[in-house]
Design a protein around this ligand. Structure first.
Ligand SMILES: Cc1cc2nc3c(=O)[nH]c(=O)nc-3n(C[C@H](O)[C@H](O)[C@H](O)COP(=O)(O)OP(=O)(O)OC[C@H]3O[C@@H](n4cnc5c(N)ncnc54)[C@H](O)[C@@H]3O)c2cc1C
Length: 460
C-alpha cells in the first residue's frame, strides 16, 4: 500500500496500531473456516468511536475493501479479507462496557467486548445476559450481533437477536447512524438494527450496541441422559418439545464426539454410549423446576435412555457443559482438517436429520461427529478429514452438498447460527430464490455503492 496512505491511517489510530509488515498481517488472513487465507494490505486497530469512523471513511474514500474483524472465530469465512488490497479493521481496542443499567435492564457496549467478560460483568450486577456461544471466552459482541450468534441457552432464552435493543454504526461515508433505543419499545424509523443483525460486516461497521438484560433464574437442574442408540436420543429431543417443556439447554453429542471430547477434556463422559443429551431446566420456583425435571427424565426413559445422571451441584454441571463447549477443538485434534456444518431443521425433524447424517457418512466413507443445539434443531455435523487428500476432500464436498440438500428438504435452513460468509454464499439461492438474491443485492448496492464492505460474503 502507498506509504502516504499508510501514514494517514497511522495519524488516525497511532503507529503501534496500524500493521503493515507482512509478518504482522498474516494472522488476519484466516478465521475458523476451512477456506483459502488472504493476507490483507493493512490492519488498523481504532480505539475510539471517532477513530473508527475516520478509519472507515478513509478506507472507503480510497476504494479499499474493508473487513471488520472481532475475534475471528466465525466458521464461515466471514473475516477472510476479500483481496490483497483489503484493510482489516480490528475491534479489539473498542472493548469498553459503557453502561450496565440495573434499573432499566440494559447495557451499552462497544463491539470488541468479549462475550463472557460481558456476561460476567453483568452477573456482578445481579443480572443475566443469556446468549452463550461455545466460543464465548474469545468471541466479541460485535461478531455475535453481525452473525446473530446463538448458544447453549438458545432454546429457552433465544439468540443475540432477542437481546439487541439498539445499535450505532458507521456507513460508507464514515457517518454515524443511530437506531433503536434504551427503551423496551421503540418504533422510530426503520428497524435498522434488524438489518444490521446477521449483516456479516457487509452493510456498515458497528460502533456501539445496546443489549437487553434479564434477571437470572433462581433455580435450575441439569442432567445427562445416556443412550445406546442415537436415534433414541434424537427422538427424546422431539418428545420433550412436543410435551411443551422448554429446557434452557438441550444438547446432543454422538459417539464420535464423546470419544474425542473425553480424550481432550477428561470430564468423565460415557464413551461407551452411542449418544448423550445434556439437559438443563430452570425457572424461578424450585418446585416447578423439579416438576419439569421429573417430566424430562420420564420422557428420556420412555424414549430409551439407559442412564440418567443428575448433576449434584454447579461444579459438576460446569465440568460437563465445558466439555460440550470444547467439542469443536476436541474434534479438530483428530485429523488435519475439520469441516463443521450448521444445518438446522424444525425440531420434529431432528431424528430424520441425525439418521441422514449417519447415512451420508457411510455413503461417502467419512468420519462425521455430530453435536449441537438439538433443542433448536441446530446440529453441527463435523467432518474429520485431510484437505490435502484431494480424493477424500471431493467426497467431503459431496457430503456437505447432501447434508444441505437434506436440511432444505426437511424444511430447514443452511445456517442456524454460523452465518453464510464465503462458505455458503453459493447455496443462498437454493434456500431462497432469485428475486430474494436480487432484492438483497439492491439493498447492498444502496448501502455500499462501491461494494467494499466484506465483498464476496453473504450475497455473491
Ligand atoms: C469453538 C467454537 C465454538 C463456537 N460456538 C458457537 C455457538 O455455540 N454459537 C454460535 O452462534 N457460534 C459459534 N461459533 C462461531 C463464532 O464464534 C460466532 O459466530 C461469533 O459470534 C463470532 O464472533 P467473533 O468476534 O469471533 O467475530 P468474527 O469472526 O471476527 O466476525 C464475524 C462477523 O462479524 C462481523 N463483525 C465483527 N465485528 C463487527 C463490527 N463491529 N461491525 C460490523 N460487523 C462486524 C465480521 O465482519 C464478520 O462478518 C463458534 C466458533 C468456534 C470456533
Amino acid at each position: 500500500m502507498n506509504k502516504n496512505l499508510i501514514k494517514e491511517f497511522i495519524n488516525i489510530a497511532g503507529a503501534e496500531y496500524v500493521l503493515y509488515e507482512e509478518v504482522d498481517r498474516q494472522a488476519y488472513s484466516y478465521d475458523a473456516a476451512v477456506l483459502t487465507p488472504q493476507i490483507p494490505a493493512l490492519v488498523v486497530m481504532p480505539a475510539t468511536q471517532e477513530q473508527l469512523g475516520k478509519t472507515v471513511k478513509l478506507a472507503y474514500k480510497n476504494s479499499l475493501p474493508i473487513t471488520v474483524r472481532g475475534a475471528g472465530t466465525n466458521l464461515s469465512g466471514a473475516v477472510i479479507p476479500s483481496s490483497a488490497e483489503s484493510v482489516v479493521i480490528l475491534t479489539n481496542r473498542l472493548n469498553r462496557i459503557i453502561e450496565i443499567n440495573e434499573q432499566d435492564l440494559y447495557a451499552v457496549v462497544e463491539p470488541g467486548v468479549i462475550t463472557s467478560v460481558f456476561a460476567e460483568a453483568v452477573s456482578t450486577h445481579g443480572l443475566f445476559y443469556p446468549p452463550d456461544p461455545g466460543s464465548q471466552t474469545v468471541s466479541t459482541l460485535g461478531g455475535n450481533v453481525a452473525l446473530n450468534a446463538g448458544g447453549l441457552r438458545g432454546l429457552k432464552y433465544g439468540v443475540t437477536k432477542d437481546y439487541l435493543m439498539g445499535i450505532e454504526f458507521f456507513d460508507y461515508n464514515g457517518d454515524l447512524i443511530k437506531t433503536g433505543s434504551r427503551t423496551v419499545k421503540c418504533v422510530t424509523g426503520y428497524n435498522l438494527g434488524g438489518l444490521m443483525l446477521s449483516s456479516e460486516g457487509t452493510l456498515g461497521v458497528f460502533s456501539q450496541i445496546i443489549l437487553k438484560l434479564v434477571p437470572p433464574p433462581k433455580a435450575s437442574k441439569a442432567m445427562m441422559a445416556v443412550y445406546d442408540d442415537i436415534n433414541k436420543a434424537s427422538e427424546t429431543v422431539a418428545a420433550i418439545i412436543a410435551a411443551h417443556i422448554i429446557p434452557c439447554t438441550l444438547e446432543i453429542l454422538d459417539k464420535k464426539c464423546l470419544k474425542y471430547v473425553e480424550a481432550y477434556t477428561k470430564a468423565g463422559l460415557p464413551t461407551e454410549a452411542d449418544a448423550i443429551l445434556l439437559i438443563e431446566v430452570d425457572g424461578n420456583h424450585l418446585q416447578g423446576v423439579e416438576e419439569d425435571a421429573e417430566k424430562v427424565m420420564e420422557l428420556c426413559k420412555k424414549c430409551g435412555a439407559t442412564n440418567i445422571k443428575v448433576a449434584k451441584d454447579e461444579d459438576e454441571k460446569h465440568k460437563i457443559w465445558e466439555a460440550r463447549r470444547n467439542a469443536l477443538p476436541a474434534l479438530a485434534r483428530a485429523r488435519p482438517t475439520t469441516v463443521l456444518e450448521d444445518a438446522t431443521v424444525p425440531r420434529s425433524k431432528v431424528p430424520a436429520m441425525v439418521a441422514a447424517v449417519n447415512r451420508i457418512a457411510k455413503k461417502y466413507n467419512l468420519e462425521i461427529g455430530t453435536f449441537g443445539h438439538a433443542g433448536d434443531g441446530n446440529l453441527h455435523p463435523t467432518i474429520l478429514c485431510d484437505r490435502r487428500d484431494k480424493e477424500e476432500f471431493k467426497r467431503v464436498e459431496a457430503a456437505v452438498d447432501e447434508i444441505f440438500d437434506t436440511a432444505l428438504n426437511l424444511q430447514g435452513t443452511l445456517s442456524g447460527e454460523h452465518g453464510i460468509g464465503m462458505a455458503k454464499a453459493k447455496w443462498m439461492e437454493k434456500e431462497t430464490n432469485r428475486a430474494t438474491i436480487e432484492f438483497s443485492k439492491n439493498l447492498r448496492r444502496a448501502l455500499d455503492p462501491k461494494y467494499l464492505f466484506n465483498a464476496g460474503k453473504k450475497i455473491l
